[in-house]
Design a protein around this ligand. Structure first.
Ligand code: CTP
Ligand SMILES: C[C@](O)(CO)[C@H](O)COP(=O)(O)O
Length: 374
């Protein structure tokens, strides 16, 4: 199952004003779109931009797929959906580029909602009294019962929303309207107060204040693991099969480096260790590939609203030599966790032939991971 984030940013931002459209203006020192894209890091990202804005889009990330937008938001979404046909994407989160304060917790809630239905959208219940007004005078009151303020990311099964858009060539307020026109039930998921859409000039100051006031919660975790050698001809280390004249003994694939890193992430979350989530007494984990554990730890972090800032794995062994494989190990861990390569370090040391690692009885690994509230 592959999820793509479609970030629509092809509008001209006429209401916000400014020298450049709002999505390219600076917010806390970075273009608005840099904030929005960062919120979806680790996910396949499709950025829909105005054809005139190609130059600005350079530098936003080589892994971001750029699609040309249309004359309306609806058309921009449609272009992105058509660009994803045949890509293997099965779910999409459609988000306004102009909502840079979306957080990891909301994104995780939207993804989770798609386990239970084809469409879901975040919204906040209307809490203020509502009036009708005529020429600056209150002309009547309007019940707020059952009224919601719609937000994005709106989440859909890909085939369902693609078919809905193809069957709905006219304009729509948002993708929920398109989905409903096709008869799809849309689940309402609690939105986020901070997830405002930059619309008018004053919204920038409000967004900056929210960013400044956001509690910067940083979590540090460490992990340590040891596996003994046994007879064999290779070891698994940080997801890479390394030829060796011994193997590592363990209930799973005994990937000592990946286990230490997994424990570091659980540690940062105060969520115990691998054994708590994948008990060795449970036969289903016998021989299990350790990427299952690491992926669970990082997804747990995302669900709790954290993202990985960096991690560092150190393996302690005389042999096999880690250096020739370290880059492949970094790449493998980065892919499993859905983070940039630059955030992942893998290195090794010997113990100067001292102790059990020095006697080549086994390999030890330690890891640290830093998580930051997204
Ligand atoms: N042709 C369009 C119009 C809008 N959008 C995007 O849809 C989101 C929500 O639209 P809105 O806030 O209305 O943005 P603008 O159309 O840019 O604003 P305005 O109406 O003030 O010009 C924005 O991220 C915007 O860039 C888009 O991708 N393509
Ligand atoms: C999709 C949306 O963000 C839901 O609130 C909104 O409708 C898009 O912005 P617009 O100003 O209505 O174009």
């Amino acid at each position: 199952m592959t999820t793509a984030a479609i970030i629509v940013a092809a509008g001209r931002g006429t209401r916000a004003g400014g020298a450049v459209p709002k999505q390219w203006q600076s917010l806390a020192g970075q273009p608005v779109l840099a904030h929005t894209l960062a919120a979806f890091a680790g996910m396949r990202r499709v950025l829909v931009i105005h054809p005139d804005d190609r130059a600005q889009a350079e530098g936003l990330g080589a892994d971001v797929q750029i699609v040309a937008g249309g004359a309306s938001r609806t058309q921009s979404v449609r272009n992105a959906l058509e660009a994803l046909v045949g890509s293997g994407v099965s779910r999409v989160l459609i988000h306004d580029g102009a909502r840079p304060l979306v957080n990891a917790g909301l994104i995780a809630r939207m993804s989770a909602a798609l386990d239970h239905g084809p469409a879901a959208a975040p919204a906040l219940a209307v809490t203020d009294a509502l009036w009708r007004g005529t020429e600056g005078t209150v002309a009547g009151t309007q019940s707020r019962d059952g009224l919601w303020r719609a937000q994005t990311p709106q989440a859909f099964h890909f085939d369902a929303i693609l078919a809905a858009h193809r069957a709905h060539p006219q304009e729509a307020a948002d993708d929920v309207e398109v989905a409903r026109a096709a008869g799809l039930p849309v689940t309402i998921v609690p939105g986020s107060d901070d997830n405002l859409k930059l619309t008018f000039p004053g919204d920038f100051a409000r967004a900056e204040a929210i960013l400044k006031g956001r509690r910067m919660e940083i979590r540090l975790g460490n992990g340590f693991d040891v596996h003994a050698f046994t007879a064999g001809d290779h070891v698994w280390l940080c997801g890479v099969k390394v030829p060796h004249d011994k193997a590592l003994l363990g209930h799973s694939d005994a990937d000592v480096g990946m286990h230490a890193l997994t424990d570091a992430i659980y540690g940062a979350l105060a969520m115990g260790d691998i054994g708590r989530h994948f008990p060795p007494s449970d036969p289903q984990w016998k021989g299990a590939e350790s990427h299952i554990f690491l992926r669970h730890a990082i997804e747990t972090a995302r669900e709790m609203g954290f993202r990985l800032m960096n991690c560092d794995v150190t393996m302690i062994c005389e042999r096999p030599k880690i250096g020739p494989h370290a880059e492949a190990m970094r790449a493998c861990l980065a892919t499993i966790m859905g983070v940039e390569l630059a955030r992942v370090s893998v290195k090794a040391t010997t113990s100067e032939r001292l102790g059990f690692t020095g006697r080549e009885e086994g390999i030890a690994a330690l890891a640290t991971a830093t998580l930051v509230q997204a």
